[in-house]
Write a new protein. Structure first.
Length: 578
């Protein structure tokens, strides 16, 4: 009892927080989270699977980086909880996280050395314990585990106490080095695919991971850029705005043209695989831009959005496929009809749900999505829609004698569609229609009292959103060459809604960034097999914890969230005083 009381008293003195408030429990909880997460990734096979991959040559392997990332991130969060109480409190909190993580991994190593866990946990293999012990004996391995965990937790705890600009620069530098090491194969393929970038491959990478000089160079370049921009960015903006000889409109046009030039070169720079990823991202972004109108601007929760995607795809297939033999349209002739079919379906859905809001609207739209899928699957409509066998032989888009065949060519079609959709969305948002949608989203009754025609603007929102989804479905059908009913499940609606929410509901650039995060990340991590979904899920949780309003939220939503956040401590404080 005396020892426990002494430890508690010392921690209370270090934090400056009275023991009665239980300040010591906070880092213990964080440490348990880090320990459990470290043991979990070990027992599911990630440590052994990643042990042969290097981040920085032979100095840091991917399994070590994974443990460092988990323990360091939790130590960072624990230190941030005590940063106002000084360095001693923050480092003590991070040290407790490292100590508990060490105890958890050492316990796993000792249990595995003495008890055969493989009948219950198949990944608890001798290879796992060998990696946890760093290829040495159990005694030496336990010491190295302690060094790894304590260094990671305390090191990130120290980073958490740095000034904000320095802290951001260090974090960005570490993240860039880690990302370039994790995606080594993909980045090397990209560098080697385009001649001018081949010099980067020889400078950055060794046989297994980054070179030490390459890692240091990346850290200095990106960390230094972040630090320079944080300290000099506002001055650079002021200087450029006052010294720029061009008119403002010409400056913006130059930046837009430069952006389009970069986008036009991307397929040649990135190669076939990453061009395929960009096509998938573009199709999701096109759908998300439409759902952003329905959900983000008008505030109408639509869980059956995949129905319009399916209608566009099936309209394109029915009008162009020689397998059915009904029509003989080419892609460009069928595209307007597919978009019109989506608009008609959007209005058809909108009419019966005009009086519904919230959960009831979500349930009805969810049912609509399932109805469309089941109709495509039914035997009664099989002569038209192919039933469970779907529709094949859908011709690819062609312009003159040029056919959009590979992903590097389809990319330009998808890019053009996204630019058109983004421009239309931006113009709608800035118009009277966009302001009416925003008014309906904020308070439908007040909007009606102000004279806004709710029926008209709701139907317009459903029609506009459905048009973008049908546009995406038509391109997807031509790209794949065949479609099947099971490809249009509820999961697509959920994924597109997640793109809108995580990107930043109501904000057009945020939606595009959300598409990169949710549609692109799983494809980029494909080389890690099923483990990519674990990383993907952890990334989603982190996004929602640290960016609850979205990766690039709308200014209005950012202010609303900040106002709600400011109100919480006041209510909590009032509750404590009572």
């Amino acid at each position: 009892m005396t020892t426990v009381a002494t430890i508690r008293a010392r921690f209370g003195a270090a934090t400056g927080h009275p023991f009665a408030a239980g300040a010591w429990r906070i880092p213990i909880r964080y440490g348990l989270v880090a320990g459990i997460a470290s043991v979990f990734v070990s027992l599911i096979g990630m440590i052994e699977a990643f042990s042969q991959r290097g981040i920085i040559g032979t100095a840091v392997s991917m399994d070590q980086a994974l443990l460092l990332a988990i323990i360091g991130a939790v130590g960072y969060l624990a230190a941030r909880r005590f940063h106002e109480r000084g360095w001693a409190a923050a480092i003590t909190a991070a040290g407790i996280v490292g100590a508990i993580s060490t105890a958890s991994l050492v316990a796993l190593l000792l249990i595995g050395e003495n008890i055969n866990l493989r009948p219950v946990l198949i990944n608890a293999s001798p290879g796992l314990y060998r990696e946890l012990a760093f290829g040495r004996g159990a005694g030496t391995g336990m010491g190295l585990i302690a060094v790894l965990a304590l260094t990671g937790a305390v090191g990130w705890g120290a980073i958490a106490m740095l000034p904000e600009t320095v802290r951001r620069a260090v974090v960005i530098g570490i993240m860039v080095v880690t990302g370039m090491g994790v995606l080594r194969e993909l980045m090397r393929l990209t560098f080697q695919n385009w001649g001018p970038l081949s010099v980067l491959d020889s400078w950055l990478y060794a046989t297994n991971g980054l070179k030490i000089t390459g890692a240091i160079g990346l850290f200095v370049i990106f960390g230094g850029w972040s630090l320079l921009w944080a300290t000099k960015g506002s001055a650079i903006k002021r200087t450029s705005s006052t010294a720029m000889p061009w008119p403002r409109g010409a400056t913006q046009a130059a930046f837009v043209l430069a952006g389009f030039a970069v986008l036009a070169l991307l397929p040649q720079i990135l190669g076939l695989f990453l061009s395929e990823v960009l096509v998938i991202v573009g199709l999701f972004a096109l759908m998300a831009l439409g759902l952003n109108i329905v959900v983000g601007m008008a505030g109408l929760l639509d869980l059956g959005y995949v129905a319009f995607f399916a209608i566009g795809a099936y309209a394109m297939a029915v009008l162009t496929s020689p397998e059915l033999g009904f029509f003989a349209f080419n892609f460009w002739g069928a595209l307007p009809l597919a978009i019109l079919a989506g608009i008609f379906a959007g209005v058809l859905l909108g009419v019966p749900v005009l009086r519904m809001r919230g959960d009831y609207l979500a349930i009805v739209t969810l049912g609509f999505g399932e109805i469309v899928r089941l109709l495509a699957l039914s035997d009664a409509l099989r002569p038209w829609f192919g039933g469970a066998q779907g529709i094949a032989q859908i011709p690819r888009p062609a312009a003159g004698g040029f056919e959009f065949g590979s992903s590097q060519e389809i990319y330009y079609l998808v890019l053009g569609a996204c630019v058109i959709a983004g421009f239309i969305s931006w113009r709608l948002k800035k118009s009277r229609i966009g302001r009416a949608w925003l008014a309906i989203r904020e308070d439908e009754d007040v909007a009606a009292a102000m004279g806004i025609n709710r029926v008209y603007y709701k139907l317009l929102a459903f029609a506009a959103g459905a048009a973008f989804a049908a546009f995406s479905g038509a391109i997807a059908a031509s790209r794949l060459g065949s479609i099947y009913p099971h490809s249009f499940s509820l999961l697509i609606s959920i994924n597109v809604l997640a793109v809108v929410i995580i990107g930043g509901m109501g904000n057009i650039p945020g939606v595009v960034i959300g598409a990169f995060a949710l549609a692109g990340l799983p494809e980029i991590l494909r080389e890690f097999g099923d483990f990519r979904w674990l990383v993907y899920g952890a990334a989603l949780v982190a996004m929602m914890l640290f960016r609850p309003a979205g990766l690039w939220p709308e200014a209005i939503r950012r202010r609303e969230l900040a106002a709600r956040t400011d109100e919480v401590p006041e209510g909590a404080a009032a509750g404590n005083t009572s």
